[in-house]
Design a protein around this ligand. Structure first.
Ligand SMILES: [Zn+2]
Length: 281
């Protein structure tokens, strides 16, 4: 249920109620932000453990250096990092600042989703989608792989949800999106192989764009490819200037596809409307 609708239905008119309304809003925002931070903590566990095929639930968090269990009070998102001054309580090994950073990214995305979509199930689904893209992005940066354990169940879950009309699409949109996403990158990979006799595009990227397609449809796939190629080329050129050498295969494509897909969720419909407005198509 959308909160705006809830308040307008109650016809809060006078000042006192307006104050209550603002308070309830702030309260919901704080809860959602904390929720996002906690999920961020879980995202960190997934980024670390999924590529090395470790369970994401058992055992609890350990210090990667001294292997001592991290107590719950040392495992509070963001806060613990600052209280411990970025070091393990037992062995004083520095903890990467990436942990609190990812928790904050997750927390802020939870807030952005709330302000863009409201408290509706659609928002939750988009949030789950974005959380899985954060995992994929950092695993791809670290290991140059995109875990099948996310993309394949992802395709299935988003397709099933689409069949129920969440988020506002049909199973046909979803399957066309899947084929458009997987098919287009598969075609690129084949063409590249045909010309150079080498493998350029990883299978992980193909499955990732197929998963993205199941939730954003074929329009979203086009948008994602466009943004990912533009951003990827830009970063590629910048890095080539810095390192003075060819960086082919050195840059993982997963993070760029993720940026494109997230961009579509927040701005896609606006940009498409703007395009049709200007070009009158
Ligand atoms: Zn330690």
């Amino acid at each position: 249920m959308n909160i705006n609708f809830f308040f307008s239905a109650l016809k809060f008119k006078n000042k006192k109620f307006k104050k209550i309304k603002t308070m309830v809003y702030s309260f919901i925002e704080i809860i959602i932000f904390i929720f996002g931070l906690c999920i961020g903590s879980f995202i960190n566990v997934c980024i670390y453990r999924l590529p090395i095929s470790k369970s994401i639930v058992h055992p609890g968090s350990l210090c990667p250096n001294c292997k001592k269990p991290i107590r719950f009070y040392d495992n509070i998102p963001v806060l613990s990092y600052f209280l411990l001054r970025g070091r393990c309580r037992h062995c004083s090994t520095p903890i990467s600042c990436r942990y609190p950073l990812i928790e904050l990214i997750s927390g802020f995305f939870a807030l952005f989703i709330l302000s863009r979509f409201g408290l509706i199930i659609e928002g939750l689904i988009y949030y789950v989608f974005i959380a899985s893209l954060i995992i994929i992005t950092f695993v791809d940066i670290d290991h140059k792989i995109i875990p099948d354990v996310i993309t394949i169940p992802g395709m299935l879950v988003f397709f099933v949800l689409a069949s129920f009309g969440i988020p506002a699409m049909t199973y046909k949109d979803s399957i066309i999106g899947l084929l458009a996403g997987g098919g287009s990158l598969l075609a690129v990979a084949w063409t590249y192989h045909l010309i150079t006799q080498k493998n350029g595009m990883g299978g992980g990227d193909i499955k990732l764009l197929a998963m993205i397609g199941t939730i954003v449809g074929w329009q979203g796939v086009i948008f994602t490819i466009f943004v990912a190629s533009a951003a990827g080329t830009l970063v590629g050129i910048l890095m080539m200037f810095r390192t003075q050498q060819s960086i082919k295969l050195a840059i993982p494509f997963g993070p760029f596809l993720s940026i494109g897909a997230v961009g579509y969720i927040f701005f896609g419909s606006k940009i498409i409307f703007w395009y049709f407005d200007i070009f009158g198509a």
